[in-house]
Design a protein around this ligand. Structure first.
Ligand code: SF4
Length: 417
């Protein structure tokens, strides 16, 4: 609680739920019987909770919680050392606690009934579909990363290792049949009002082949359902031809995450991506994407703080902060929307849990990014006619899917009545 008080004093102009969001992402959430019980009826297909249950076989907890007051949606990553807990209070409602102090009533996304169903070829919908908020579903046309088996996975990445465990446990095939994915999505739309479809998978050295799987998957889904408001592709940087094909098929947004900005660290940290595409070409393809998809529809994420991990040759925290902000401005000037996630170090990548920088680092970076987005007039491109409101469509600023980053809370919470 003392540390949280310090943060609240140090960032007096930052809305409290942004500070809580950042600190919970950095320090995690304690598992307790109330949270375990909530996991029995809540949506559990979040990225962190799914990874944790794959790696540790633990009972899944809800993938995220939402503050009832303003819908701020926060990813739950279990950490027994965290001061944060969600407990039922005397009124039978769930509240967020830091120590004994209460920080607002919270709720969970209800687990949809399709998650207990199977497709006609016996695949589990829960394994095929990752539901984030009440209206969005993420599917993976490719459930493995080719870099992992060659020892060339991105150094921060736990996803490639988790996908490998999923394949070995036969939870899903490495390339699930796109017709099966489409059938599962169609079953889900009988249950939820799908507004936002996200397609995201592992990676191949041959990005043309990777794009082929994305296109086949999207085609198959749109043969079975009406197009939702937004279709977002998260992938490696595809070339212009593949981008155009995806746009023609109905994709509205494209996200090619660079993950690391520093030019010198790129080959060391992203060996597979360097072989397949390279940093310069990655940036060129992002710039091309703005011509094809338009401003406000192209983005790139970073693993915040990774470049200043306490390792020889890495940057200091101040150097990293300046480097990220320079990179963010470079991208923003070219119509690309950057953001960052709060880095969680899993030992699987050779890093320690205490390697990520403290919450102050992330709050400074978040404030810096927000100021750049304001300075360059980006928020109107993202649908915000004014500050303090939820975005009109989810898309690039979906605060459910992006519950693992607090950067999307600034335009929603600053000036909110
Ligand atoms: S490309 Fe990198 S981030 Fe993506 S799954 Fe492979 S190792 Fe992980």
């Amino acid at each position: 609680m003392k540390y949280l008080e310090k943060l609240l004093n140090e960032f007096p102009d930052t809305p409290r739920n942004i500070i809580l969001h950042a600190d919970i992402l950095r320090r995690g959430m304690k598992q307790n019987p109330d949270l375990t019980e909530a996991g029995e009826t809540a949506c559990i297909t979040g990225i962190s909770t799914r990874l944790q249950s794959l790696i540790s076989d633990s009972k899944p907890s809800p993938s995220m919680f939402h503050f009832k007051a303003d819908e701020t949606s926060v990813d739950i990553k279990i950490d027994p050392r965290s001061p944060y807990e969600i407990r039922k209070d005397g009124d039978g409602q769930y509240h967020l606690f830091c120590g004994d102090e209460k920080f607002g009533e919270v709720r969970f996304t209800k687990r949809p009934s399709y998650t207990d169903k199977k497709t006609s070829d016996g695949e589990s919908c829960a394994a095929l579909l990752m539901q984030r908020g009440p209206f969005c579903i993420l599917v993976s046309p490719l459930d493995f990363c080719a870099y992992y088996s060659k020892g060339e996975a991105c150094k921060y990445c736990v996803l490639s290792a988790a996908m490998d465990i999923g394949i070995k446990k036969k939870i899903l095939p490495p390339v699930p049949d796109h017709r099966t994915i489409a059938e599962a999505v169609a079953m889900a739309t009988e249950d939820i009002n799908l507004k936002d479809l996200k397609i995201c998978g592992g990676a191949l050295y041959d990005t043309k082949k990777e794009a082929h799987y994305y296109k086949k998957c999207l085609e198959a889904i749109l043969e079975r359902i009406d197009p939702p408001e937004e279709i977002t592709i998260f992938s490696q940087a595809f070339d212009a031809e593949d981008q155009k094909d995806l746009k023609e098929l109905g994709a509205t947004n494209i996200l090619f995450n660079m993950e690391v900005w520093n030019e010198r660290l790129w080959p060391e940290l992203l060996p597979g991506k360097v072989k397949a595409i390279g940093r310069e070409e990655w940036i060129n393809r992002l710039i091309k994407a703005v011509e094809i998809f338009g401003r406000g529809h192209v983005g790139s994420g970073f693993v915040g703080g990774f470049e200043c991990a306490p390792r020889p040759g890495f940057l200091s925290q101040d150097e990293a902060l300046n480097s990220y902000l320079e990179g963010f401005e470079f991208l923003i000037e070219r119509g690309i929307v950057p953001w960052f996630t709060v880095w969680t170090a899993f030992s699987v990548g050779g890093f320690q849990v205490d390697d990520p920088p403290p919450t102050e680092f992330y709050l400074r970076l978040g404030q810096g990014l927000h100021e750049l987005l304001e300075k360059h007039g980006v928020y109107p491109d993202l649908g915000f006619s004014r500050m303090g409101v939820n975005p009109p469509t989810l898309g690039l600023y979906c605060y459910y899917c992006f519950s693992m980053t607090f950067t999307r809370d600034y335009p929603r919470l600053i000036g909110r009545k």
